[in-house]
Design a protein around this ligand. Structure first.
Ligand code: NAI
Length: 446
């Protein structure tokens, strides 16, 4: 679905009128295109730790135009604030104010990225304070940026270096147009595992991926994106969606499996199909989901149970089958689609929010079970995404939901798909058990 308002106010007369009237001014976001540069313009790497030096050297190796100090009036494509060695809240002032002085020089669709340490792992109060302080800083900064620029953070666990594969993978994701609708969020790198791809444009070559609910909407976008990134894709949907499913399967040169994921044998059917048709299974994306909205006072058992059955019980049962299979042991990836409703709650969606909160809890608890064979599991929580589902919302509610985020617009199915493709890649091997919001920093529960 198109957002005509964003198209009108992003240039020319429309932009002028919106500014004069104080209306929201969304811009057309820079989205990933194969072959396009990772970032346009110089990248300022701020920070004086050894980790900052190492990162700057690595980025130069990527061919980026790296600065260690800003030049006056130079338009910057990105600022990376390396804060991995800060020990006290008083340490923040100098680097933060230096970066603050460069913010007016950010190019449109620029990136600000912090690299710091996980607050919870610090026992000294001052260290915990400054690390947690980065959280408040980053989320505030994201709300101040304009013109499609975003701010996101990478949190390193103790012992994880700034140039570990997943720190670099996350950095590349945040710098690129793949993260266009991710704003004000953190990704935690818990281990130095993971491997960077030989070909950054085809990070999923050799992988076999299954995407549920892929006949339309976000699921179809995920299938197209995994295919674009090199994976062989199996698309799954209910038998009733057969024609649409076949069309998506043809488009991605993959295979279709008509299956209701809430069937008891769904996990085995998925494994059998992938192994028989493609010889292996590396990635499972649990995208299929349904809504049956009602205020809790009016909720009937059918609405409650059907949402729980599809959105969380099916995922739990399929994961059990995957974990028990010898065919899912080679650094496998599971990525589930949650929702910001599962984090912040939503009126009329107690069943849906309970199921999506369930996804977040399930992912956290399943991560250690997959770690034994280098597997990971993560969730992506979309906010307002332009799909057939959101197109059916009443106009006023839709407009409010669409604008109440730092980017003042809804996301595209592609934005959710890009985050999933990154978490499914080998580069994300050090990231597990987490939920990444793809919501433009939605103001609700952000
Ligand atoms: P959609 O309704 O357009 O597509 C969902 C697909 O899942 C459909 O093709 C449907 O046939 C399939 N499906 C439903 N039950 C199934 C079952 N039992 N077995 C197999 N396939 C089944 O939904 P949309 O908007 O593409 O959403 C995809 C996912 O993203 C869902 O999990 C949804 O909850 C989540 N989400 C969507 C948001 C949005 O703004 N559109 C926001 C937050 C989360």
């Amino acid at each position: 679905m198109t957002d005509k308002y964003t198209q009108i106010v992003s240039h020319g007369l429309g932009k002028d009128v919106a500014r004069r009237l104080g209306l929201p001014q969304p811009v057309v976001l820079r989205r990933y295109q194969p072959g396009a540069p990772l970032i346009t313009g110089p990248v300022l790497v701020n920070g004086d730790s050894a980790g900052a030096d190492d990162l700057a050297t690595t980025l130069m190796g990527w061919g980026l135009d790296v600065r260690r100090n800003a030049l006056p009036k130079e338009k910057l494509g990105a600022i990376i604030m390396v804060l991995d060695a800060v020990q006290h809240p008083e340490d923040l002032g100098k680097p933060v104010l230096t970066v603050g002085a460069s913010l007016r020089d950010l190019a449109a669709n620029a990136r600000v990225i912090t690299v710091s340490r996980v607050p919870g792992s610090a026992s000294a109060p001052a260290v915990a304070a400054v690390r947690q302080g980065v959280d408040g800083l980053l989320r505030s900064l994201a709300k101040e940026l304009r013109s499609g620029a975003t701010a996101n953070g990478i949190l390193l666990a103790e012992g994880v270096i700034t140039t570990s594969p997943s720190a670099l993978g996350a950095l590349r994701f945040f710098l690129s147009g793949r993260s266009a609708y991710v704003d004000g969020q953190f990704l935690t790198v818990t281990t130095n595992s993971g491997t960077l791809p030989d070909d950054v444009e085809k990070p999923l070559v050799g992988k076999v991926a299954v995407v549920t609910g892929a006949a339309r909407g976000i699921g179809a976008a995920i299938a197209r994106t995994l295919y674009r990134d090199g994976a062989k894709v199996v698309v799954v949907d209910i038998p009733g969606a057969g024609d649409h499913l076949a069309a998506v399967a043809n488009e991605v040169h993959g295979t279709a499996l008509q299956l209701d994921i809430s069937r008891d044998d769904a996990g085995q059917r998925i494994l059998d199909h992938a192994v028989e048709r493609h010889g292996r299974l590396d990635i499972v994306v649990h995208n299929a989901g349904i809504t049956r909205d009602r205020l809790l006072a009016n909720m009937d058992e059918g609405r409650w149970q059907s949402v729980m059955a599809v959105n969380i019980a099916a995922q739990l049962r399929i994961n059990e089958a995957l974990l028990a299979s010898e065919h899912f042991k080679d650094a496998p990836r599971i990525v589930s689609v949650a929702s910001t409703s599962g984090i912040a709650g939503n009126r009329g969606q107690s069943n849906y929010a309970a199921s999506k909160g369930g996804v977040i809890g399930m992912v956290r608890a399943t991560a250690p079970l997959l770690a034994a064979f280098d597997g990971t599991i993560n969730a992506v929580a979309p906010g307002f995404i332009e799909t057939e589902m959101t197109a059916r919302m009443p106009l006023a509610i839709r407009e409010a939901a669409r604008r109440l985020n730092s980017l003042k617009q809804g996301g595209q199915p592609q934005d959710v798909a890009e985050a999933i493709a990154f978490l499914a890649s080998d580069a994300a091997g050090g990231i597990s058990g987490q939920t990444l919001r793809v919501c433009g920093q939605q103001l609700v529960g952000a």
